[in-house]
Design a protein around this ligand. Structure first.
Ligand code: SF4
Length: 891
């Protein structure tokens, strides 16, 4: 058989909302490599660590490849017949509101469009919500309150042009790394540019900022209301802009003026001097962009925070002009695309408003549909409450894992277990959510599917397939269209391909628009399949026949409110900050640098799993001391809703009184680390977005009698332990464990962990010190290390990066084997330390050694070790190590 020709396909990264262009190379033998697309305007060739490792995540290990009914493999026809029968039965008996779709910012715009059309136009309900509700619903609500439309006014270019970038509730160094690097590059070119970070934690983004305001949780409304008052007292107000293009300024200012400096200080926990510094900088800098993300959105007052920020930009007229504007960063790759086609239960497609009878009529006539949803549907948290109390009888979940990602996640799991009919479409066979499905449907993954995504700056890019569909996997839009046809709406769901779906969506944005709605991509209403295949990234709006057109909004008004004016929104800070309700600490959640969501994709990559190997809780040293917790202890973080066991990390980067736990770990990778199970389902009253960054929790040390660490070629099974977490390494797995009771001798523990098929026939070398509770064991397959296990009564003090590197290496000599069991690197194999640069596997120890040998800059460390010279995501951490070395050297 002739080998396929090598080719390179232009596509888009499937992780964050930066939306970087990717060139996926497929070699003649099928091997895939990725690199940044130098011609894509979102990244100009850059990729972060996650994007650079995309090729590591493409194997079919764990994939769902065929439809299943229960545990039984089924045909597509059988599975879809059952889905259609169950949905039709629920609608007949209980009405359209008894069924729901729960979608994902991972879906393509075409998938979203088809699901919304079916639910809102043909089933006649609006119960279509998405995990974007957890991501940026407060930004959507804030935009619509102020602008009358969900419009991000600016572009990424504004970050290059700004003299001041204010980053609020975001950690772009880890969560939007390519934008972080873009800001850093702009700063290097223009040293007068300033960066201010507003975030309770001293994240890696703080290290790159001129000023870090370590604000109290939810202090943002007070900070920006106070800023509005300050601006009014300065010369920074743009009275002409306010008068011509806005309403409500005086009433809003009257409320904001109550925020004197003392009140702002009290509500933000910030020193008056820092607040004054920030206010003066903002007032004096015309070219200011305020970037915000989940720290603003994921809050019980998230919409007010967004409007408090927008108020300051409207008041100064700093909007829609180069280098100016409020700028919401989306978390997910296609959160913005979902918004465009009505991916939220309170919106219609094409930015039509479900609360507007005229808009509902436009949608119904465009779709030629028999009905149209008469009111907003259930937002994510309410939707799953309705699943739990039996109002939802049939639910279809696509490309998301709500059992891990929604607040009160244990209640979500119980609700799904009790729901009469649950369909899950996913690429993975076993997630915490697929386990509860009556029907599982195999979806196409990144690299296999075809469609469009929209990034944070309204730039639409193609995701293109470069791999064949595995097994019987199908595109999500095809699955929903099949349901539409089986429910009797054949003509409306008969697209031949994704290009036809996109063309229909584009036509809808132009339908009876005439400039009345911001979103218009009518230029593509008749796009052909070849043109769709060639489609270059573009920013909307792109109305038919109108080229060129500005891609910024609102420099000269033109808002999408009834009077065409922007609305100032008076925001009242919560003066009585929510207490912790008898619990001691405030929980904050978020991402780590190299992982994404619930690990279904990045958990497959050894290099991405090297940076942070297990779930953790970051505690301030004073809090840790108060709770009797020392570094690397196991701690329980608990609330009335649930508890997790995670590793303690003690750091003064954390605010006192707060604890940070990452969102990624789940039952597949850890024993008890689903942090969203701990979080109360408190939501913003306007947006319905849950407050995932502020929950009341208690923290206590878990009294572990045994701690353990292992590397193994087979996946170890530690489910009998109180605490465990596994992660991929090259050629196998690593395991951390802890238990509150004795586990037995080292051989007995190894037998349980490694299983007979991983142990049999291997040679064991063991050491035990029963008196002190230490045990070490190594299993050799001929000369190669197949597994190693270290047990101790305290956290195991063995270098993880060294141990990981030993797996699969030859250790033929007796001395080498005993060195392994002793957990000591040989002199010629120094300890790398914790991995900092995941692209080249460079550890903190190596970077510190380079600093000690005279490397005084990130570039010098890069030249000596390679660290930071590829994607650059680790440069902040390298800078921190160099600075720490300097501080030590200076005495
Ligand atoms: Fe992907 Fe990283 Fe770009 Fe985000 S910044 S789109 S994760 S490469």
């Amino acid at each position: 058989m002739a080998l396929a020709q090598a080719r390179e396909v232009r596509t888009t990264c499937p992780y964050c909302g930066v939306g970087c262009g990717v060139l996926a190379g497929v070699a003649a033998g099928g091997a895939v490599s990725v690199r940044g697309d130098p011609d894509h305007p979102a990244n100009f060739g850059r990729l972060c660590s996650k994007g650079s490792a995309l090729a590591d995540t493409l194997d079919l290990d764990g994939r769902l490849l065929h439809p299943h009914v229960g545990e039984r493999r089924a045909t597509w026809d059988e599975a879809m017949a059952l889905v259609a029968a169950k949905f039709a039965d629920a609608i007949d008996r209980h009405g359209p509101d008894s069924v729901a779709f729960y979608l994902s910012g991972q879906l393509l715009t075409e998938d979203y469009y088809v699901a919304n059309k079916l639910m809102k136009g043909f089933i006649g309900a609006a119960n279509v919500d998405t995990n974007s509700r957890l991501c940026m619903a407060s930004s959507v609500a804030g935009h619509r309150r102020a602008f009358g439309s969900d419009t991000v006014p600016g572009t990424y270019e504004d970050l290059d042009l700004a003299d001041l970038v204010v980053i609020v509730g975001a950690n772009p160094a880890w969560c939007h790394p390519v934008l972080h690097q873009r800001i850093a590059a702009a700063r290097e070119r223009r040293p007068r540019m300033r960066v201010v970070l507003v975030d309770p934690r001293r994240t890696m983004s703080a290290d790159a900022a001129d000023l870090h305001l370590a604000i109290a949780p939810d202090g943002d409304v007070a900070l920006f209301a106070g800023l509005l008052g300050h601006l009014a007292r300065s010369t920074a107000l743009d009275r002409d802009y306010i008068a011509r293009f806005t309403t409500g300024f005086e009433a809003t200012l009257a409320v904001a003026s109550r925020m004197d400096l003392g009140t702002v200080t009290a509500l933000t926990g910030l020193p008056a001097r820092q607040i004054g510094q920030f206010y003066a900088l903002f007032a004096a800098t015309e070219k200011t962009v305020t970037v915000f993300s989940q720290g603003v959105n994921q809050s019980a007052c998230g919409t007010d925070k967004v409007n408090a920020i927008i108020n300051c930009h409207l008041a100064t007229g700093r909007i829609g002009r180069p280098g100016m504007g409020p700028f919401s960063l989306t978390g997910q790759p296609n959160a913005m695309g979902g918004r465009e086609v009505g991916g939220l239960a309170n919106m219609l497609a094409a930015h039509l408003d479900i609360e507007d009878a005229g808009h509902r009529d436009i949608a119904r006539r465009f779709w030629r549909s028999p009905t149209i949803a008469a009111r907003a549907g259930l937002k994510a948290v309410d939707l799953f409450r309705a699943v739990g109390d039996g109002r939802i009888r049939a639910l279809w979940i696509m490309a998301t894992n709500p059992v891990d990602s929604l607040p009160e996640a244990d209640a979500v799991r119980a609700g799904l277990a009790a729901c009469p009919f649950v369909v899950v479409s996913d690429v993975m066979a076993q997630t915490d959510t697929t386990r509860l499905a009556h029907v599982r449907l195999p979806s196409l993954a990144w690299g296999e599917k075809d469609g469009t995504v929209t990034n944070s700056e309204r730039r639409v890019s193609r995701q293109r397939a470069f791999l064949p569909a595995p097994g019987e996997a199908r595109a999500d839009w095809q699955q929903i269209a099949e349901l539409g046809r089986r429910l009797g709406h054949g003509d409306a769901f008969a697209w031949s391909d994704a290009a036809a779906v996109f063309a229909e969506y584009a036509a809808m944005t132009a339908f009876e628009n005439g400039g009345s709605r911001d979103l218009d991509v009518g230029a593509f209403a008749a796009i052909s399949r070849p043109d769709y295949d060639r489609l270059e990234p573009f920013q909307w709006p792109r109305p038919a026949g109108a080229q060129p057109i500005s891609t910024r909004f609102f420099a000269s008004g033109g808002f999408f409110t009834p009077d065409g004016k922007a609305r100032f929104i008076a925001t009242e800070p919560a003066v009585a900050a929510r207490t912790t309700g008898g619990h001691a600490l405030v929980l904050n959640t978020g991402r780590v640098r190299d992982h994404w969501h619930t690990l279904t994709r990045t958990g497959k990559s050894a290099r991405l799993s090297a940076h942070v190997g297990e779930p953790f809780a970051e505690l301030h040293p004073a809090d840790a001391a108060a709770f009797g917790v020392t570094d690397a202890d196991i701690v329980e973080v608990a609330s009335a809703h649930g508890r997790v066991l995670v590793r303690a990390r003690i750091t003064d980067r954390q605010r006192r009184g707060a604890v940070f736990v990452p969102m990624h770990w789940n039952d597949k990778y850890a024993g008890r680390a689903r942090i969203d199970a701990v979080i109360a389902a408190v939501t913003d009253p306007t947006s319905g977005q849950p407050a995932l960054k502020r929950a009341a929790v208690s923290v206590r040390r878990f009294a572990a009698l045994v701690h353990g660490f292992a590397v193994s070629q087979c996946r170890p099974d530690a489910r009998h332990c109180d605490y465990w977490a596994v992660g991929r390494i090259e050629g196998g797995w690593r395991l951390e464990l802890a238990h509150g009771k004795p586990l037995g001798d080292i051989e007995a523990v190894a037998r349980v962990l490694f299983g007979a098929e991983c142990r049999d026939g291997l040679e064991a070398v063991a050491y035990r010190d029963g008196e002190h509770g230490h045990g070490r064991l190594a299993l050799f397959d001929g000369p190669r290390l197949a597994a190693a296990l270290f047990l101790a009564p305290e956290p195991v003090a063995v270098s993880r990066s060294w141990a990981v590197r030993q797996l699969g290496l030859e250790h033929a000599e007796r001395a080498a084997r005993w060195r392994l069991v002793a957990g000591r690197p040989a002199a010629d194999m120094p300890d790398k330390g914790a991995i900092v640069c995941s692209c080249f596997g460079v550890g903190a120890g190596e970077i510190a050694a380079a600093a000690r040998s005279g490397c005084a800059s990130v570039a010098a460390v890069g030249a000596a070790t390679g660290a930071g010279t590829n994607c650059g995501s680790c440069r902040g951490e390298i800078r921190g190590i160099i600075d720490a070395h300097r501080a030590v050297a200076a005495g």
